[in-house]
Write a protein that binds this ligand. Structure first.
Ligand SMILES: [Fe+2]
Length: 183
């Protein structure tokens, strides 16, 4: 599976542009994290890009969400490690986070939402005007982007990465593709 095929498959299965952007943002941060940790950038990036591919297909049914996604990724020729990370990112399945890839997807997923929200409250709504320190401040405001689980984001520590560095790395990765994210 190459990136072009993965993105085509995302586009074929996801109509909501915000959801596509969420997956592009997840991909960008997963790639940056893989480079930082010396892991397989392509595998980590594609896992991020594909992780919510089944959200519309499963219509919000959390019992099938990510199970179908993992099957689709296997069918597309994705690795078992990718399928496992996608399956485990939905806690409803009770699949423990074991590999670094599992742990990375789990903490990156909500970080995209926090950073997106931090951009949307800027007067120009642009990622370019967001500073890491303001994301760190927003992280501590529980009511801000409340859907972005702080506990889950904080699990970057399981990868040996401090929260401050994780936020900085995530922000930079999203800023690098700001145009694609419409931010
Ligand atoms: Fe997600």
């Amino acid at each position: 599976m190459n990136r072009e095929e993965a993105l085509a498959s995302v586009r074929a299965n996801v109509g909501n542009e915000n959801l596509v952007r969420h997956m592009l943002a997840t991909e960008a941060i997963m790639r940056a994290l893989a480079r930082r940790l010396g892991e397989d950038e392509e595998e980590w990036g594609l896992t991020g890009l594909l992780h919510d591919i089944d959200v519309e297909l499963t219509g919000g049914d959390m019992k099938s969400h990510s199970k179908l996604g993992a099957d689709l990724v296997r069918d597309m020729g994705g690795s078992e490690a990718m399928a496992r990370a996608i399956l485990s990112h939905n806690e409803a399945h009770g699949v423990p986070l074991e590999t670094k890839l599992d742990k990375a997807l789990f903490c990156v997923d909500p970080l995209t939402g926090l950073i997106t929200a931090a951009a949307l409250v800027r007067p120009d709504k642009k990622l370019a005007s967001v500073e890491a320190k303001s994301v760190r401040k927003r992280f501590k405001e529980k009511s801000f982007a409340a859907g972005a689980s702080r506990e889950q984001i904080g699990q970057c520590s399981n990868l040996g990465i401090e929260l401050d560095e994780f936020i900085e790395l995530g922000l930079k990765a999203m800023q690098d593709i700001a145009g694609e994210l419409g931010l």
